[in-house]
Design a protein around this ligand. Structure first.
Ligand SMILES: NC(=O)c1ccc[n+]([C@@H]2O[C@H](COP(=O)([O-])OP(=O)(O)OC[C@H]3O[C@@H](n4cnc5c(N)ncnc54)[C@H](OP(=O)(O)O)[C@@H]3O)[C@@H](O)[C@H]2O)c1
Length: 333
């Protein structure tokens, strides 16, 4: 059997520079990595990390050539684990997928059974990838703020990078739960869409990236930030006493230029979100919540479909900060 997969491969030029070639290739089952569960992939998605996995300077891909795609949803076609039934729909994301072993941009993929999330009732495979790693991380972030005690009515909650995958899904989930959510975005023309998702107010990118004092007026009861360098300093210095920010990303860069004052004078908490290494039982529990109480009402509304043949533009677009919702990849349906 052969099948199609999208591949990124590093190529060294005679001058010593490294570039990446990208495109669809034919693969054979023997080319797949080991794993107890073989999946006919229906859908995958485009995450910031996938863009980086196809860049020579991206520091994400640990093998070359690599089939990128840090998440996938599909049907089990063979399984040596009795707990994972042939014919069932499953999701897999994180761990080494699309980073240190082949990932979701492939009509077939093999995955260790310990990485498998049975698709919860109430979600289709397409829904699962409309959520994808970005939406999963948004749900993790909301759950972490709730565990810290945040409740609707506590005050406004800020979401940065609101037009993107993590930000947009966090905004939708929080608004659906009844929080007063404010969206920070660099795209003025996204304001109406973000209000439609439930944003109570909009902040411009300038407002959340300007330099400021070590501490400013206490404004936010909580925050979700996946932008990193450009916005996290503002978030920290404007959080209310004992409030927390769930920080997951570096869309604007990894450096953090802040002071300790938010932590030592206001008891502010910086909650780190790592979806890739989250233990499988907790991962399955978050997916269960995504199918129930954290399911965004707008699920599936703000997606752009691409295929293995039209992936390049989405991978470049996400790195250029052009996301407007989520790109999903129709792989084998
Ligand atoms: N820790 C984890 O487990 C985890 C999981 C998933 C994602 N992530 C990380 O989270 C980040 C976001 O991922 P994503 O998939 O949501 O990406 P995305 O869809 O591209 O969203 C990122 C958003 O950030 C804003 N942004 C981009 N560049 C910016 C800049 N230079 N300055 C200020 N804002 C900027 C843009 O929103 P606006 O134009 O609306 O401002 C953009 O849409 C990435 O760094 C990704 O690696 C981490």
């Amino acid at each position: 059997m052969t099948f199609r997969a999208y591949v990124a491969e590093k190529v060294e030029s005679s001058g010593g520079g490294v570039s990446v070639t990208r495109g669809v290739r034919e693969f054979a089952a023997a080319d797949l990595p080991p794993g107890e569960v073989e999946i006919r992939v229906g859908w995958s998605s485009v995450n910031f990390k996938d863009g980086l996995a196809t860049r020579a300077d991206g520091k994400v891909a640990r093998i070359s050539p690599i089939i990128p795609g840090i998440d996938l949803a599909g049907k089990v076609v063979s399984s040596s684990d009795p707990a994972i039934a042939v014919g069932s729909s499953v999701v897999a994301h994180g761990y080494d997928l699309g980073v240190a072993r082949h990932g979701g941009y492939s009509e077939y993929q093999r995955v260790p059974s310990g990485w498998i999330v049975p698709l919860p009732d109430g979600l289709t495979e397409r829904d699962a990838m409309a959520i994808g790693t970005a939406g999963f991380t948004a749900a993790m972030s909301v759950a972490a703020l709730q565990e810290r005690g945040l409740k609707p009515g506590d005050g406004p909650v800020l979401v940065t990078g609101a037009s993107g995958g993590v930000g947009g899904t966090a905004l939708a989930i929080l608004a659906d739960l009844g929080f007063e959510v404010w969206a920070a975005t660099g795209k003025a023309d996204e304001a109406d869409r973000l209000r439609g998702l439930g944003a109570a107010g909009i902040l411009t990118r300038d407002e959340v990236t300007a330099a400021g004092k070590p501490l400013e007026s206490e404004r936010w009861a909580g925050a979700v930030d996946a932008v990193g360098a450009a916005t996290l300093p503002y978030v920290l210095r404007t959080l209310r006493t004992n409030a927390a920010v769930a920080a997951s990303g570096n869309a604007s860069g990894p450096k953090l230029d802040t002071t300790v004052f938010p932590f030592i004078l206001r008891g502010v908490a910086l909650l780190g979100m790592d979806s890739a290494q989250l233990a499988i039982d907790r991962r399955r529990a978050v997916w269960h919540r995504l199918a129930t109480d954290l399911r965004p009402r707008s699920l599936g509304d703000h997606v752009t479909e691409v295929t293995l043949d039209t992936l390049d533009g989405a991978l470049d677009g996400i790195l250029a900060g052009e996301a407007r919702g989520r790109w999903i990849v129709r792989v084998g349906v």
